[in-house]
Design a protein around this ligand. Structure first.
Ligand SMILES: [Zn+2]
Length: 85
């Protein structure tokens, strides 16, 4: 009965287990990487940087390519779509 197909509204990471959610709260719309210690959404730039860093490491992209890829992805997310970034 536990049908869940959610992903972080900010970075698109799949939220599959409690520890993936912000503050371990399964009703949260953001992942644990996109919030601060109080569960507030981090600034766009900081999420952009950590996503880009992830692409650099996992896909061996250059910093420039990773930043572009991360930005393209983030601006399509519900949290940033209307943020004018
Ligand atoms: Zn996230």
């Amino acid at each position: 009965m536990n049908q869940r197909c959610e992903s972080c509204f900010s970075c698109g990471m799949p939220l599959t287990q409690a520890s993936d959610f912000a503050l371990g709260d399964e009703t949260a719309t953001f992942c644990t990487y996109c919030v601060d210690k109080e569960g507030k959404l981090l600034p766009f730039d900081s999420i952009l940087k950590s996503n880009a860093g992830y692409y650099q490491e996992s896909q061996g992209l250059s910093e420039q390519a990773a930043m572009k890829m991360a930005k393209d992805l983030l601006v399509s997310m519900p949290a940033w779509k209307n943020a004018g970034v």
